[in-house]
Design a protein around this ligand. Structure first.
Ligand SMILES: NC(=O)c1ccc[n+]([C@@H]2O[C@H](COP(=O)([O-])OP(=O)(O)OC[C@H]3O[C@@H](n4cnc5c(N)ncnc54)[C@H](OP(=O)(O)O)[C@@H]3O)[C@@H](O)[C@H]2O)c1
Length: 318
């Protein structure tokens, strides 16, 4: 894993620094995302994780711009991550999508752009219904090459992948001229992703854990009856007590100690403060082992609607 700067930043192999705690913004839209991002920047968040599909880049752009306008921050202080959706894998769509993200986020350059998913989809032009989306077999290296061009032209600083398996990452590595700098994946105490972690360590690719708190506010379509709530796990009680921290802070601190970047989402000021107050957590060997034993292979985002897509590989390790 890349060097960790007093654990507040993670250094990507290309030298760029990524703040190790970012603000997740999935499911935050409109005025709510404006308020949350504004508050988060005020509280000290310097990394914002969004995606084309979150429909909130414009609002985030407005707030970042106004905070820069007041002199509270400079553009270089804030790290903006966004993602190219599955319906935009064609090179011309990638370029349009990156340009749209740059316009909406009101920035000359994007710090990190990820391919959101390895599976390519085609939207039925005549309908907005998600049922009308078609599975497409596609050479994702073409998508990657367009992102490489954006890096060479200066509109993106770093590029990476999300929801890719080790095999899919390897195939990008085999054909790339610019290596992925970061992989974003679901990772938390119930889904520790040891195989992908080991793979990314040996290839010097940094990792970002999404849903680090177990995504208990996720949409209905991603809920399944047999799934326990990570934040309710009593295993974390004694560790939290002994560090005088909350269970959420222990979960995030453990990921930081593993060398991950984390992007917890919260719309509450109190929890935004809490999620940023984790840099001094150092778990001892016993606590570390205790959390290791919590791994249950529970994936909260199962993407079941992708079943049958050739690039959807739930039996691998994505
Ligand atoms: N690449 C991908 O495919 C992908 C997929 C999913 C997510 N992501 C990214 O990862 C981010 C985080 O994941 P997520 O939003 O799924 O889930 P998460 O951050 O694990 O959990 C968010 C939930 O936890 C609550 N929460 C936040 N801080 C808390 C605390 N300190 N104590 C107790 N509860 C707390 C939030 O409620 P309140 O808001 O009420 O505080 C919300 O319901 C997303 O926002 C997105 O940016 C990426």
């Amino acid at each position: 894993m890349a060097a960790n700067f007093g654990n507040k930043f993670i250094k990507l192999y290309n030298g760029n620094l990524m703040p190790s705690v970012g603000l997740g913004t999935y499911q935050l839209v409109g005025d709510e995302v404006r308020q949350v991002v504004d508050k988060a920047i005020y509280l000290g968040y310097r990394h914002i994780d969004t995606a084309h599909s979150y429909n909130n880049e414009g609002e985030i752009g407005d707030i970042v711009k106004s905070r820069i306008g007041t002199g509270a921050i400079k553009r270089g202080d804030v790290f903006l991550t966004t993602k190219v959706p599955s319906v935009c894998h064609d090179p011309c769509d990638v370029v349009d999508c990156v340009e749209l993200s740059r316009t909406q986020l009101d920035t000359k350059y994007l710090d990190l752009v990820l391919i959101h998913n390895p599976w390519t989809l085609k939207r039925n032009e005549k309908s907005n219904s998600t049922e009308s989306i078609q599975f497409v077999r596609y050479n994702i290296q073409k998508t990657w090459r367009s992102l490489e061009t954006c890096v060479k032209e200066g509109s993106i600083k770093s590029i990476g992948l999300s929801n890719f398996t080790t095999g899919q990452i390897q195939s990008i590595l085999d054909g790339c001229s610019i290596k992925p700098a970061n992989v974003q994946l679901e990772c938390h105490a119930y889904l520790q992703q040891r195989k992908l972690y080991g793979f990314c360590q040996t290839t010097d690719i940094t990792l970002t854990a999404y849903s680090p708190l177990g995504a208990h506010g996720r949409p209905e379509r991603h809920r399944f009856e047999d799934q326990p709530v990570l934040l309710d796990d009593p295993e974390l009680d004694s560790i939290a007590r002994s560090h005088n921290k909350t269970k959420a802070q222990i979960l995030l601190g453990w990921l930081l100690q593993r060398g991950f970047c984390v992007v917890p989402k919260s719309k509450s000021e109190q929890r935004l403060i809490e999620n940023l107050d984790i840099f001094n957590i150092k778990l001892n060997r016993r606590e570390w082992t205790q959390i290791q034993t919590m791994d249950k292979g529970i994936r909260y985002f199962k993407f079941k609607n992708m079943t049958g897509h050739p690039e959807f590989r739930p039996t691998e390790d994505f």
